[in-house]
Write a protein that binds this ligand. Sequence first.
Ligand code: 5GP
Length: 334
Amino acid sequence: MPRIDADLKLDFKDVLLRPKRSSLRSRAEVDLECTFTFRNSKQTYSGIPIIVANMDTVGTFEMAAVMSQHSMFTAIHKHYALDEWKLFAANHPECLPHVAVSSGSGKSDLEKMSSILEAVPQVKFICLDVANGYSEHFVEFVKLAGNVVTGEMVEELILSGADIIKVGVGPGSVCTTRTKTGVGYPQLSAVIECADSAHGLKGHIISDGGCTCPGDVAKAFGAGADFVMLGGMFSGHTECAGEVIEKNGQKLKLFYGMSSETAMKKHAGGVAEYRASEGKTVEVPYKGDVENTILDILGGLRSTCTYVGAAKLKELSRRATFIRVTQQHNTVFS
Ligand code: 5GP
């Protein structure tokens, strides 16, 4: 007989963070930089743990050039050629500590990734979108692997060599997994449960997908995420791939899922290596330079930390108490 798990599972929209007494006087006192030592590779990393998703449109070299100025991280999408990587490395050596090279689990993907890592040895991170036992080969690199939503899979991936596990099935802004397959897990609960499993093994997690505003990013960190990966929130900017489109006097940019029809057509022949689920293609308003969005997110996060009394972002989850709510914000003028 099918089993029904009746435990309550929540999304970002179902909760708010409870303010707490705080001795912090100003947002400027909050330190968002974190230092990590990874369990398997033993490498360390310092930065603000927000990651641009390895999607065609947002995971670009142009994005990485801006992100790294803020010590933020970019998972570069897997469609750049080796020569493009070499050029980027020559022009922007300062970015290399803050980027990952991405790969699926297909042979040609892995071969290309190996050649990039050989040509650009300053890159220390690899982002594997489909995790497998082959990871032994890359043990000196920090590996981001996923995606999963349950504690036992987090443990399995960490024990098989991954350092950081991507958590999220179905929450993404251009993801149709939940409607196509009926599979998913509310993101806040997934993060709380997976963080607990990972941290028990000294592993780390990324909350991947589902953040719609800076408050959601704060909730993901509050829930225990070590890193938060964002796609949609970084879409539509100058640094994103693609041209600005004009329609009815409005400026727009294309944003699409990694397994959308747009992505499949663009990278014909690569279809089998994508995640099985499908994705959407949307036109999002053109938002100008990503710098403004970065400052908006970081300003929001600093403010969250002052509300709950966390002097450092790393302390946020220890200071976090979530309250269940029926309404997020006042919508009278929206
Ligand atoms: P967002 O921040 O836009 O809500 O979510 C970004 C995440 O959505 C990505 O990091 C990736 O895990 C996921 N994603 C991107 N494209 C697709 C897709 O086409 N299908 C599915 N199922 N997930 C996607």
